[in-house]
Design a protein around this ligand. Structure first.
Ligand code: ZN
Length: 152
């Protein structure tokens, strides 16, 4: 008998292969659980996984992710995959891809950057892949110190 760690959902989104230990941060950035929506949210952390050893999983009932939200997930967890569930069937499943450029998602950590001035300019960052994702400001070239903390 296969033990069910989290209940399957009928309609909604499953974010799988999240970096182990990061699920709560991802959930916070996605604004779930949302007390107004009453959607069921299941979070499993440090689930044993053949490929990555451990992974986190988030299942959100009755919610689809916006492009911006998928981009945020890719910055924190470049190996994550997202499945859309309709009537208990997976209708679409794909791995997140790192965007080359992100606009308006993060704040620049340089206080003197033009994007932090009185008349705010929308931030724009080049996304650098590799073992750890890095963001470089297109205005001042500063690398973002802490991606999670800098997300707007
Ligand atoms: Zn900057």
């Amino acid at each position: 008998m296969k033990e069910l760690k989290i209940t399957p959902i009928k309609n909604g989104t499953v974010i799988d292969h999240i970096e182990p230990g990061m699920a709560l941060k991802v959930a916070r950035l996605l604004g779930v659980p949302d007390p107004d929506a009453h959607s069921t949210v299941s979070i499993a952390m440090y689930v044993k996984s053949g490929k990555m050893k451990y992974k986190d999983i988030i299942k959100i009932e009755d919610r689809e992710l916006k492009k911006r939200e998928v981009n945020i997930i890719s910055l924190i967890s470049p190996n994550a995959s997202i499945a859309i569930i309709k009537d208990e069937e997976v209708i679409k499943k794909s791995r997140v891809t790192l965007p080359k450029v992100i606009t308006g998602i993060a704040r620049c950590s340089n206080p003197n950057c033009i994007t932090n001035k009185d008349e705010p300019t929308e931030t724009e960052f080049t996304v650098l892949g590799g073992r750890e994702v890095k963001l470089r400001c297109m205005y001042c070239d500063r690398l973002v110190d802490d991606i999670i903390e800098s997300i707007i």
